[in-house]
Design a protein around this ligand. Structure first.
Ligand SMILES: [Zn+2]
Length: 173
């Protein structure tokens, strides 16, 4: 997937078309694996509007897409998979393997009230969370999608703050 190559640069934003295409691809791929006997052709446009609302910015949409497909240097497991890092352990908690699921639902560094609420709505079952987020099956609603957007924003903002602090520390010493 070409989009994955773009992700190796730290500052890149997708266009809405890129994201649409990629989400179609991910959705189709997941759908085929999950329901091999069904002939799945249609993307759920309503859910796409919830995930990427009209007033959302390109950077917001890019971040959201990163947390769905996971192919981003934001995640240590991906960095390890492309040989950029030796370890896939989360740099924030130093205990668990880093991944979108880890940052969204496990890492203490990124704990927020929206996470608790979304976990409760998902019955603490985070398996296939990206599937749940891009389909309206399995009880996903506009509300769960909004929670997901808020959690991603919280993680992105927190990561930026931590990076700034780390750079200040480096400049100080
Ligand atoms: Zn962690």
């Amino acid at each position: 997937m070409q989009l994955v190559n773009y992700m190796h640069h730290s500052h890149c934003y997708y266009s809405k078309d890129d994201i649409t295409q990629y989400m179609h691809y991910v959705w189709h791929h997941n759908a085929e694996q999950k329901f091999p006997e069904r002939n799945i052709k249609k993307w759920d446009d309503l859910n796409f509007k919830h995930l990427f609302p009209r007033n959302s910015t390109r950077s917001e949409n890019t971040y959201l897409a990163e947390f769905i497909h996971g192919h981003s240097i934001r995640f240590a497991n991906f960095r390890k998979s492309i040989g950029m890092d030796e370890s896939d352990i989360c740099e924030n908690c130093d205990t668990m393997v880093d991944s979108p699921e880890h940052q969204l639902f496990e890492c203490e560094t990124f704990h927020c009230p929206e996470r608790d609420e979304l976990l409760q709505l998902m019955d603490n079952n985070i398996a296939d969370f990206n599937w749940k987020m891009i389909t309206t099956e399995e009880g996903n609603t506009q509300h769960t999608t909004e929670l997901f957007r808020k959690i991603v924003k919280f993680i992105v903002d927190t990561t930026e703050e931590l990076d700034e602090i780390a750079q200040l520390d480096l400049a100080y010493y």
